[in-house]
Design a protein around this ligand. Structure first.
Ligand code: PLP
Ligand code: COI
Length: 348
């Protein structure tokens, strides 16, 4: 389906919005564009949620693929808006360059996001349910190729799924342990959003869950002394003197939520903000801590288990007051209840 595509909704969907989890369901349309002979085609919406690709695709063998995650939000007056899609587009371009894949131009990326959301409008959760429409853009290397070299062809696709909280309980604190594995190497691909980082995280994640934790914390791969990531989210801590602290490292994914929270903490809540090392054996500098990301939103960290000892921050059952304010302000901006900084909101 080309050109103006479908804007009309199919029959109303019957979804229990309040109880949605972060699970796949098939929505009606996804956007697909193909790159061949040096250029992207116009792209189209498709009802088919299956991709047919060469068995020799680099995405299957050599991990030549990257992805993004962003959300569409329903406002009080029924509009739909995206949160900082330009930042996802820019980050995806960095990932593509790192893996020698063609970049998707920003206007094409944002237009594709809008088309997918419009075509699946009935899946955008109602205002006030806490649920959102998660968009998953990705680029994969396809075409016939067997040597370790960049693919001859690429697919850029965006599908969408209505989702609830990524970590069970939403704003209820959850506990993490410290992984005995690294998710990325020094000077490797930790700072870009490529599938290989997530493949490396599957085993440590499963071990953490089996041990009773929501997920695991990754330390810096060189010295194993500094906190880097909280599963598939960034870490932040609030010091006892009310500073917003978040780790800085080349192997951390530059979280759009984290940079948004740094701005919110400074400009909306008047806090001091610092991006710097967070030592895993100095956790008592923090009164509160949290994980942040598109899927995780803000998930308060109850405690972190490290070397057999549990360090509890504010509480294992209650969200701390600063984390709560950050959450309310971020979500308020995303759903249009609080005025956003210029350029953060793109109407669909
Ligand atoms: N860190 C990792 C490893 C992630 O997968 C994500 C999710 O995208 C994040 C952090 C959070 O990034 P963002 O806030 O841009 O979603
Ligand atoms: C996101 O927050 O968008 C993520 O990519 C996290 C995870 C679902 C991979």
């Amino acid at each position: 389906m080309k050109g103006e595509d479908i804007v009309s909704a199919k029959e109303k969907v019957n979804i229990d919005w309040e109880n949605l989890r972060f699970d796949y369901i098939k929505t009606d349309f996804r956007y697909i564009s193909r790159w061949k002979d040096g250029k992207w085609d116009e792209g189209e919406l498709s009802e088919d949620n299956m991709l047919s690709i060469s068995e020799a695709s680099t995405a299957l063998h050599y991990g030549q693929q990257c992805f993004e995650g962003l959300k569409a939000y329903r406002t009080k007056d029924g509009d739909i808006q995206l949160f900082r899609p330009d930042e996802n587009s820019k980050r995806m371009a960095v990932s593509c360059r790192r893996l020698l894949m063609p970049e998707v131009p920003e206007d094409k990326f944002i237009e594709a996001c809008k088309r997918v959301v419009k075509a699946n409008e009935q899946y955008v959760p109602p205002y006030g349910t806490g649920a959102t429409l998660y968009l998953r853009p990705f680029v994969i290397g396809v075409g016939h190729n067997v040597g370790v070299k960049p693919a001859p062809e690429y697919i850029f696709c965006i599908f969408c799924v209505p989702v609830g909280p990524y970590f069970k309980g939403g704003l209820a604190p959850v506990n993490f342990n410290v992984a005995e594995y690294d998710r990325a190497a020094p000077y490797g691909t930790g700072g870009v959003k490529v599938g290989g980082n997530y493949a490396a995280s599957l085993l440590p994640h499963e071990k953490a869950v089996k041990a009773g934790f929501a997920d695991c914390i990754y330390l810096d791969p060189l010295t194993h002394t500094k906190i880097e990531e909280v599963g598939a989210a960034n870490f932040f801590g609030i010091t006892k003197d009310n500073k917003f602290i978040t780790p800085q490292s080349e192997s951390i994914l530059p979280s759009i939520t984290k940079y948004s929270l740094m701005h919110i903490a400074k400009e909306y809540l008047g806090m001091e903000v610092e991006e710097r090392d967070v030592l895993v054996d100095k956790l008592d500098e923090f009164a509160e801590a949290g994980a942040c990301g598109t899927a995780a939103v803000i998930t308060p960290i109850g405690g972190i288990e490290y070397k057999g000892k549990m360090h509890v921050f504010f509480s294992e059952t209650e969200v701390g007051p600063v984390t709560h304010k950050l959450y309310d302000t971020l979500c308020g901006i995303q759903i249009g209840d609080i005025e956003a900084p210029k350029g953060w909101i793109v109407k669909v």
